[in-house]
Design a protein around this ligand. Structure first.
Ligand SMILES: [Fe+2]
Length: 452
């Protein structure tokens, strides 16, 4: 039994363990101010810069904020100006395609290759100006970001999932290696660079949450343990690009200005500054990026009969505030390797009409792995079940499950394969390209996900 993914790319960074903890990390000993977070003379000649992720008055359990201690503040920069608004990726049309159909993408062939700035908007609901809903972006990375360049989003918190390949991410608060079968979350406004690992391409998707933050779900009657454990989330350690000279932290700012590219209302803007964003000698707080290996998920399931709701696979959720109670802007559920032991039960989800819209992507750590015996569903694809539209099995698939021997448990899915399931309370409007390249009213989802 494996508890972690057998990654082909070796880990190269160190992390702090635990989501929800108040963390502290120092690139140099004593870089975080002692007791008084805002002293007149911060260590190493640094300046104090606070990043607030929630309103100041948010309750303690919800409050997210971090103090950074950096050799230069981020305050001095040029005016933000539109960044390549002639490009669809930098200035995408508002998604408008809205039909009752389910959609299937066996590939995202029309998505162009590029660097992190070349993300394609697949769809969205709500909008960033009102801080409602989510956007879904797809990326095909074949290049590092340009030197002296960073990205951030003022629209929302990014849940980044590589479906194949790996990402080398340097954030203001430290570095993360994010490989297929891991995902990362980068809070709104945090600046970061994304590069390839050994020049190999990486494909995946990003959910950008316009409202609030991703949180661990409550466990209710499950009790105190199970599903994703807070201790299994990994938080980067402080990274300072520079050195200490005569007791002063001196950053390596390079020979040219840094370009800060930022997303605002789905469009990209840029400004320049002389200082590197990676000049944080230490930080302490509750707002930080993190990553998670999906093999660490501890799933629960029916032990006798029936089929549980996918909420039992919930990894993270973003609750919907001021809306219908108990709904989410986004529920992120994950089905990984697990045992199916129910008897006298159709061992595949019921035919279903869901008040939530469902978007499903597989993640395959090793692209050579057959996906449950091999189907057309490759490592870079997804599908969507529109709200209140029936989905389930074809008659052929149903007949197989109808006659299946359910007297013995079976293991579902290979190690290193995860099916990520997202449920959103509002219908997702699709971009033109996503709509045009989708198979509509598809009928084959059971064979893609479940063993026969
Ligand atoms: Fe469903």
């Amino acid at each position: 039994m494996r508890y972690t993914t057998d990654f082909s790319v070796e880990e190269k960074y160190t992390y702090l363990d635990g989501l929800g903890n108040h963390h502290q990390s120092e690139a140099f000993p004593g870089a975080v101010a002692f007791v008084n977070p805002y002293p007149q003379q911060a260590p190493y000649g640094c300046r104090t810069e606070k990043i607030s992720g929630t309103a100041f008055v948010a309750p303690r359990a919800e409050n997210l904020q971090t103090y950074t201690y950096r050799s230069q503040s981020s305050y001095d920069h040029s005016e933000f100006k539109p960044w390549h608004h002639e490009l669809e990726t930098a200035n995408p049309a508002e998604p408008t395609k809205f039909t009752p159909n389910g959609y299937w993408w066996s590939d995202f062939a029309s998505v162009s290759e590029g660097d992190w700035t070349g993300q394609h908007l697949l769809g969205s609901n709500g909008n960033a100006r009102q801080k409602t809903g989510v956007a879904l972006w797809v990326f095909k990375l074949t290049k590092d970001m340009k030197p002296q360049t960073v990205f951030s989003s003022q629209d929302g918190e990014a849940l980044i999932v590589p479906q194949s390949g790996a990402l080398d991410i340097t954030t203001e608060l430290g570095r993360l290696l994010v490989r297929a079968n891991e995902f990362a979350v980068i809070p709104r406004g945090i600046r970061y660079r994304v590069g390839l690992v050994d020049g190999k391409p990486c494909r995946g998707y990003i959910w950008e949450l316009y409202q609030g933050h991703f949180r661990l779900p409550e466990l209710g009657i499950i009790g105190s343990v199970g599903l994703a454990s807070p201790r299994d989330f990994q938080v980067p350690t402080a990274f300072f690009d520079g050195e200490v000279i005569d007791g002063i932290a001196v950053a390596n700012n390079g020979n040219s200005p840094w370009t800060i590219i930022t997303r605002l209302d789905t469009r990209l803007w840029s400004c320049t500054q002389d200082s590197t964003p990676f000049n944080v000698a230490g930080w302490q707080g509750t707002l930080y990026p993190y990553k998670y290996d999906m093999m660490r998920f501890n799933p629960f399931s029916n032990a006798a009969f029936d089929h549980h709701d996918p909420s039992l696979y919930c990894v993270l959720q973003a609750r919907a505030y001021g809306k219908e109670p108990f709904t989410s802007v986004l529920d992120f559920a994950l089905a990984g390797p697990r045992w199916e032991a129910t008897e006298d039960t159709i061992r595949v989800p019921w035919y279903h009409r869901n008040t939530m819209s469902e978007v499903i992507f597989p993640v395959i750590n090793d692209p050579a792995l057959p996906f449950n015996g091999g189907t057309k569903f490759g490592p870079f694809a997804g599908w969507m079940n529109a709200a209140m539209v029936p989905h389930g099995q074809t008659e052929e698939e149903y007949q197989l499950y109808l006659n299946q021997d359910t007297s013995k448990p079976v293991k579902l899915q290979d190690d290193g394969v995860s099916v990520t399931v997202f449920e959103t309370e509002c219908p997702l409007m699709l971009s033109e390209w996503a709509y045009n390249t989708a198979e509509k009213n598809f009928k084959s989802q059971a064979s893609a996900v479940y063993d026969k």
